[in-house]
Design a protein around this ligand. Sequence first.
Ligand code: FAD
Length: 455
Amino acid sequence: MRQIGEHAVVIGASMGGLLAARALADFFEKVTVLERDVFPLADVPRKGVPQGRHAHGLLARGRDVIEKLFPGWTDEVVACGGARGDIADDAYWIGHGVTLKTAPSDMVGLLASRPVLEGHVRRRLLALPNVSAIERCAVHGLVANDERSAIKGVRAKVGNGVEQSIIADLVVDASGLGSVSPAWLEGFGFRRPEEERIEIGIGYTTRIYRRRPSDLGGKLAVVVAGSGPNWRNGAVLFQTEDRWIVSIGGYFGDHAPDDNQMFAAYARSLPTPEIHDIVTRAEPLTDFFSYRYPANLRRRYERLARFPKGYLVFGDALCSFNPVYGQGMTVAAQEAALLQECLRDGDADLARRFFNKTKAAIDTPWDIAVGNDLRHPQVQGPRPAKVRFINWYIGKLHMAAQHDTALGNAFLQVANLQASPTRLLHPVVVMQVIRGNLSRRLRRSREATQAGARA
Ligand SMILES: Cc1cc2nc3c(=O)[nH]c(=O)nc-3n(C[C@H](O)[C@H](O)[C@H](O)COP(=O)(O)OP(=O)(O)OC[C@H]3O[C@@H](n4cnc5c(N)ncnc54)[C@H](O)[C@@H]3O)c2cc1C
């Protein structure tokens, strides 16, 4: 591999930072990951990743990319209790109030708790001879060259020690949604990136339940993406052979209460009975945990005319979306693959090339997540004709896809970031959508006529 530099530093050792470090390890003599937390001895949630207590699944595209970065990784997670699953055939997907009809596919996702997924990536990463991590290391700022045109390292404190400089040829900020990069860069005379912020006020309430293999008829997951008129979301995901994780919630304060009966009543209000069945019949194994997710947030670094050499922003620090479609880790994995592609061509103009490539990779999941959010009447944001048309069309596609496996699978290919959204606008797919909606209308009017005749 082409050697780009001696030392690369990554801020944050969650999924984004770990995958970024894996990409860098092929191009730098030494890679150091700086993490504010202490890594837990067992794969359990930690303070710096509070979303780790809530339902997480890895989409097919994310699993494929991580498997390429760490061959054999999927098997390792499965050997420790996770499950590989056919995204289409092993899960119920509910959107626009209907369940997609699906058929076996080649989309293989991975189910395990978020800490297990991260723990396995971390161990594989830290087994590489040129990668190390410093725990209890909080980064407080950046070090720039005298001209303030390039970043040369970070200022960090390890434990209760004094602040020190850690010098590097490249620094990658993977510190998550709360990234301070805009302010740090402003301090060196750069402009802040434009931020697109779409407020949704989502809250999830989560609990773990005992799983019996016969639950859900043997399926491994139920995913409900809220859509008008019922905007409540939810997921039941396989965690281990004997554990389900259930996360349910809604927009703008319509959050599920952390009380047995009220939680069950909330689950009953979802547009499918499976989550309620689990919540009322399975044995709870933990307390409730809550998580608030205020807004989708995208930082448009690719639009900046000036950006320092030796610095990149990665993962949720770059863009974070409504988690309902479970895309964040997959996008981080795609960014790692794109970072490798960029580094293969050297480090000249690296930031511009990386931000342009990731822009294209982020556009699709952003449009999927934010596009659906913009259907919600309280969500503020631009709704040009294209967004209104796509939202209308995706609704019609769902109506037809409740009876058509080809349409159900086509939608999941796009939602799993394995196919471009334009695939859903292919004339063959459009015809299937029209035919499906016409037969639905015919079926409805036939049923109405029969009911009228009986009355
Ligand atoms: C409720 C919920 C459910 C989700 N479900 C899914 C799902 O099903 N599938 C999916 O793919 N994605 C899901 N996501 C998204 C996913 O969690 C993130 O996209 C993923 O964790 C990648 O984030 P990251 O590593 O960029 O940032 P984070 O996970 O936020 O990690 C940031 C890391 O940086 C460290 N850090 C922060 N500041 C500093 C500092 N100054 N110095 C040193 N270290 C620092 C933190 O301790 C932490 O370890 C979900 C998100 C939420 C909120």
